[in-house]
Design a protein around this ligand. Sequence first.
Ligand SMILES: [Zn+2]
Length: 450
Amino acid sequence: MSQKVRIDGVKHAGASVFLGVDHCNNPCWSRNPERVMVWLCDGWRTRFNQRREQRPHNVPVKDEAGEIVDWIKEPLGGPDVAELLSDKETRLQCSWMARIPKSVLSSTDRLENTEWFAGLKRKKLIGGRTPGFKSRHRGLGFVCWRNASKTGNAIFHKTGRKSGVVVITGMNPSQWRKPEEKLHWRIIIHVRASQPIRPYTSVHVDWTHRTLVFVNMPLPLPRIGGGVIGLDRGCVHALASSDGTFMDMPKPTKAELKRLKHLQRKMARQDRANEAKGGKTAKLASKRRQKTLSQFNALQGRIVRRRNDWIEKTTTRLARENILVAMEDLDVKAMTKRPKPRPDPDKPGRYLHNGARAKAGLNRSILSNNWSRLMKRLKDKMDANGGRLVIVPAAYTSQTCHQCGHVAKENRDSQAVFHCVECGYEANADVNAAMNILSRALAKTGGDTA
Ligand SMILES: [Zn+2]
């Protein structure tokens, strides 16, 4: 998923790069590309470490005898670490970071999350070693996101049969414009590219080893079939397809739901107790409540991950086997419906929102089948391999007879069975709907599948 190339050299073009102000408030500019590269590496690493400092880890609480009595969460930067500033605030605070290009500065955010959850870094933490801060001694480097806009960044241009350049662009602040110079500057990284560069999302520059890695977009899934399929969101099965098969999304078990509800109630109880003790702010400070919350989140996370795994696998299979997939439009209104706030029994004229919202959140995140996610993933995968996801209006798909086209409410014998009152056609209700969705999609595209 990535392509590594050698860096042959760097050049500078445009305005002198503003590197910051020194102790006496004198501006420092540079036209030396090597110096600017080090500056970029320093800025990126500093920002990366600022983010990592915020990452909480478990530290033991010991009593006088040295016995571990409890574990508490503490940021990696220590208990007194300052809150993370936004990119903008950081720029204002440190003049030397003021003009690190945005694509470089903000790449730390995306990277921090993916790196952390890759598991390797977390393992190191559990082993008690120093967590993954970036150190200058381990090598210089930075990441820049590819930005294809007008003021683009990390754009690759071919310059020869086996060579190319990656251009990093930036702009000096107007108050630190060098006299008689423009604001924009460019650093041109010459690379040796023996193979064509595939589409990429970001470049990782390893300045110590003079290499550059293009992180590619995922390769399209090779298609193994040319099927056309309609999908209906069923009531019994998550998905019913027009060829008569069903796909079931993993649901939380009864025991899991019971435990979730139990934990939720427990949390509400702890909230009430804490509020009675010391007002609203006390509820976040309570350790027992924090423990309940983390138990709740762990279980909920497990359910969500299981479902996301199913979504990935199902959409991959659908995108591999079909050239056209038809689905109906999401009913956004019904999806975002929320229980009404109920009147507060203790305070007349006021309404309780919290419980209702929490319940709605639970329903939406766990019980809902997460259609938008499925559709998005399917669309990405179909687009990538040249397939097509067609969205058709949802009206009457479940009441229309696929055989004769008769539309009637009475066609639905029950929730599961479709029985046409006109021609007597009988089928599974969801499969009938899926077939209608497919024929609507084919009518929409004129039978054109590609
Ligand atoms: Zn019919």
